[in-house]
Design a protein. Sequence first.
Length: 278
Amino acid sequence: MLESQDAYCAKLVREADRDRYLATLFAAAEHRGALFALYAFTTELSRVREAARQPLAGEIRLKWWSEVLGGERREEARASPIADALIGTVERYRLPMTAFVDLIAARRFDLYDEPMANIAELDDYLRKTSSAVIALAARILGTDAAAAADPAGIAYGILGLLRAFAHHAAQGRLYLPIELLERHQASREDALAARPPQGVNAALAELRTLARRRLAAARERIAALPSQALPAFLPVALVRPSLDRLERGAALAPVGISAWRGQWLIWRAARNPARIAA
């Protein structure tokens, strides 16, 4: 049963989160199943809005996960390969439940169309989602890396939001802080438009700059980590090259790096950890 759970979670992560799937291949074999369970869970949370379609249904799904991790719904959890694998991972590695509680609570934002108000709110959202996942992965790998995970996760999370900007805009969702839009004389309606004005592009450029600053803040902290923790951080190696490419793309048609180049960047960072936050 454990092998089938591992295979199920690995397949889901390979299809939905290629960066983390490739990074996990560089982790010690004994920890890969646990990493795939964690990443499969976070993939499920990221899909709640699309799967539920209505906020109430999404709230129910998030509540289900909270109850599963709280020790309730054991029989239902055993029937879910992701939930059962995650519970085993949490127990085996004694992962902090507060991180999961905060992660699930933060994902409630995804269910509604209220915009992100300011940079502080965005930082908090990404700290409880993207940064928390890196920190939990590092715990699985035997290291407390919260200090490095904080800025690294925010940088990687911002990249993810920039990649998905057009997709989110089409759904009426806005993670680009209103604070940045107003600074550049743009509005929420401008950001959601099919042809956003220049002010939106300027706000997105400032968001890219913020990602670069968070990446710079993570550099020395990542360099100080033990080698076994680095697979948790390998996807961060895509941040700077991807931001460079996004500088040359339009807001609704961003130019991302190719799949093969992303794979090469992760491989290169695994061989030379200084490249992770370069």
